[in-house]
Design a protein. Sequence first.
Length: 154
Amino acid sequence: MRSSVLSVLVVILFGCDSNRIFEDNKDFQKKSWAVSDTVRFEFQIQDEGLFNVQCDIRNTLDYPYSRIFVNYTLEDSTHKILATKLVAKYLFDVKTGEPNGDSSLGDIYDHRFTLESRKFATGKYVVKLQQFMRTDTLQGILAAGVRVEAIDSK
């Protein structure tokens, strides 16, 4: 009993991420990302400041390309577009074909890359992600997500 309580406390203490404001991932049921599947994330900024907006991609070795192109859009609560851009990220090394990213489950790899760093005012925001490849459906993409984290002002 005592060891299980201690284990839970250790997980809570070391699992805390004081810079994280928001983090969520959307799983793709068919293990593929269709061009029509725009993933949407809504979050709230409590205190204005500088923040990183990051994209999380989870893929398998079945992903057929070395990189991925993602359309990123940031909107405020009035649906005004604050930012939009096309971001490219290599999921596999171009020369060796070895997967990039972190793996904890065999052939599943997690990637995190910054979409932008910006100053946010207090309020609600929406991030939309859409795959922008030359194929309608990307096989081997398990999930896409967004993480918003405060930038230390030290």
